[in-house]
Design a protein around this ligand. Sequence first.
Ligand code: ADP
Ligand code: MG
Length: 495
Amino acid sequence: MQYEAVIGLEIHAELNTKTKMFCYSLNDPDEQHPNTNICPICMGHPGTLPFINEDAVKKVIAMGLAINGTIGEFSQFDRKNYFYPDLPKGYQISQYKYPIVSGGYLEITTQGTHNKEQEKKKIRVTRIHLEEDTGRLSHDKDGKTSLVDFNRAGVPLMELVTEPDFRTGEEVRQFGEALQQIVRYVGASDANMEKGQMRVEVNISMRPVGQKEFGTKVEVKNINSFKYAADAAAYEMKRQVELLERGEKIAQETRGWNEHKGISVSQRSKEEAHDYRYFPEPDLPPLRLSAAYVEEIRIHLPELPAAKQERFMKEYGIEGDHAQIIVREKAIGDYFEAVVSEAMQHDKETPDAPKKSLIKTIGAFMVGDFMRLLKETMVPVSEVLLTPENFAEIVVLVSENKISNTNAKEVFEESFRTGADPSEFINEKGLWQMSDAGDLENIVAHIIAENPQVAADYRSGKTTVLQFLVGQVMKETRGKANPALVQEIMKKLLG
Ligand code: ADP
Ligand code: MG
């Protein structure tokens, strides 16, 4: 029998607000000292009252608009009751019946099921709601002591739930990475998964192909990247199919992902599931979100990655996969456009066709050397020493044949690492390309004189040796000769 997977995600993201969700304690994910950013409100002292962080609400609304969702005119907080040592109040303030966002979708690109063509697929979002994070427990190796740090308790957390629309782990990875990108574009969360700022739970079941009803689902937690989410999905598909083929039932349970072993391990069964006894939070007023309030947030939304990619392709003629890399971070896309704008300044008079080729060269430097150097130096785009102006200058110098491609790479790297002025560096190193026909003619003549046998071979029809002779000139000039010009002069002198 053929089986197919049915997968839905629950994704949490810590919002990057200044203060916590219901008090004025700082929301600082980098705070190293435990229990520093706490106060009687987030510690759940009796008699204290929470109040709503408006910035957090705005960030969730922005996310809702970014995924084409509906913003509820009425929204309410609820208490989710359970006991755990990292939860000082004995309940978490969350949203149950009236989340801020309902519905919506994100489009991903999938490998088509019937042919190998890529297809767009909409993954429906069920809801996005706002809640608070818990503290952090750390357990000693001896198993006798546990410590609790409440710095994270009360930090604003958005939870996004999807419909069970995924069929493969690859789709999960794509959606997760796209969402992470949007959260960052919107400025709602830093969404660093290693720091736990973004967390994903994968719900997965199997069913025979053609069957409408869903099978029993398993929820997999402790997943630290979207790559692992895809791995976990693939592992679960295989595990569940093996059980089904042996005629066994799938147990509805929560499993943990062990990334080192690449396996999932049972954590708790459905019988152990909580009854949270949700009820409306009596200490907070409900939210009434007017159309005007939502509209104000909508008009301040940045251009989102998919739209930006599309525009870069149309407006600048950048190829799809290059555009995709350039829009990966908002700051990189902005940087790219600053370089293009500088290059256009240089070249106001140039007709359109060469301009396009100039932009293509900028695109190639962006996805090649620029991305490589970002990764190597681990410098954020905002702190890169190579200014867009200097970047543009280098590209223009290449297009005008004033420096060779190879030397341009050297200049680019130097300016990137040290902020060196390109022209000064080229002067200092003597990297200007030799395009003076008179100078080059002397050198070419000299190389021909030094290689009489090769020259004779060429003249007797073995034209392939031309490359050898051009190579000798390049060597002699330490890469500075304009190769096209050398070839032309060489042919003339040999002819
Ligand atoms: P629960 O009440 O167990 O939390 P929900 O109905 O809230 O379940 O769904 C949680 C997530 O699980 C959602 O992302 C949803 O799309 C997904 N889901 C629900 N049923 C299934 C199923 N049978 N197989 C796979 N995923 C499912
Ligand atoms: Mg759930």
